[in-house]
Design a protein around this ligand. Sequence first.
Ligand SMILES: [Zn+2]
Length: 154
Amino acid sequence: MKRRTGRGRTLLLLPILMLAHGCGTPGGTPRVAPGTLCVTCGMEVRDARYAGASVEGRSVRPYDSIECALRDLSTTNEPSTPRARARSLYLADYATGALHRSDSLWIVHADIASPMGGGLAAFLDRAEAARVADAREGRVMPIDSLFPPLEATP
Ligand SMILES: [Zn+2]
């Protein structure tokens, strides 16, 4: 007769909930309140899902849409301007309406009713971006394809 020596298994259940995942940005993420005027087109920010802002020192330039951010930065972000290098861009995550640094986002160009009609929206989650792009006959683009890197990274 064989005897088994059952070895007790110990399950170490780690409290995963303890893994807090929020690290704040030192400079702080700008806020674009509804009703703020877009610096590019002068219209009010109505839908937080499309909003954005560029930050340069203490100056914040709010946008009602990604299209307006594009237009503003393409006209003011001249390489010869040293100030431009200190600028950073924040865009809203379409899913939540919260602003995030643009380099953490994906851009979807699709049949989306964005304020300026360009069909652009930004997403923090690439899978969500792909889902919306699929559903609305669009495509996912890396942010760099739209906005060249704004900050000098020597
Ligand atoms: Zn605008």
